[in-house]
Write a protein that binds this ligand. Sequence first.
Ligand code: TXA
Ligand code: MG
Length: 317
Amino acid sequence: MTETLTLPPTPDGLARAADLLRAGGLVAFPTETVYGLGGDARNDRAVAAIFAAKGRPSFNPLIVHVPDLAAARTVAVFDDRAEAVAAQFWPGPLTLVLPLREEAGISPLVTAGLATVAVRVPAHPVAQGLLRAFGGPLAAPSANPSGKVSPTRAAHVLAGLSGRIAAVVDGGACAVGVESTILGLDGPPALLRPGGVTVEALEQALGTPLPIGGSETRPNAPGQLASHYAPGAAVRLEVTQPAAGEVWVGFGPCPGAALSLSESGDLVEAAARLFHLLRQADEVAGDRGRIAFAPVPETGLGRAINDRLRRAAAPRG
Ligand code: TXA
Ligand code: MG
């Protein structure tokens, strides 16, 4: 058990966080999507510690975070398609799966031994500041115990990982609120996870419809486990008429709903609030309680929101 420090997002706080990372420690930090649990991506022990702190199955590979495209090119091989989407969407909530550059020295634990690597350039100023202060690639899954709800505030990180990590840099609430979109470009383009960049925007950039990973074209991204983001309470979806005793979470006009993703039916607001609301609803419902979500349209950010809700509602393993 270590005492987990809460560091401010100041130059001093980031310098302290970078020192902890250089010593092989784990530091959670805000990105525009969710808080990440960072460790030196070149250090096997640091990466192993990430899996241990999260209780994560080690076959599930991690995303490598770098400050800019130039740094990303040292980790992965970029073709013309990858250059084009990176130029358009980075920094931002998009992760690219590309062929790994062996010489980058990324720990094989990060890639789970695959010949590909997932890379991303986060847009959050605190993530940028930390990456630059540290001066190397950071492996960073979401900073929550494996299978649980992702953190969008420093307090969420501490609720799940306090005593198991060296520090969290407190940068306030995350603006996007769902994880990055994962685009496979190590072969024909494939959507491996819907997220903060919409499928519509990617299809327009690529000029082709985007098949979903796990179709005939390619195997599933490892770690796309069905039950995930699981609160303590049971979750039911597409509910327009809640049952007695259910905590109803609305979207748009839902008279009588206890909580709301967005009263005006705004998907951007709904994504930003999703994980915090899952936690709040869980507290209101209690461990044997039930949470019911109103329908959310399957367009734009609604795809990422519904993906997370379906996993939250999936049978627990
Ligand atoms: O927004 C995000 O992406 C956040 C923040 C912290 O950046 N990170 C995040 O990481 O969501 P994580 O570990 O929770 O999700 C990583 C996903 C996993 O589903 C994993 O299977 C996939 O990325 N992944 C990583 N490397 C891969 C690879 N080489 N091929 C296919 N999928 C990969
Ligand atoms: Mg996660």
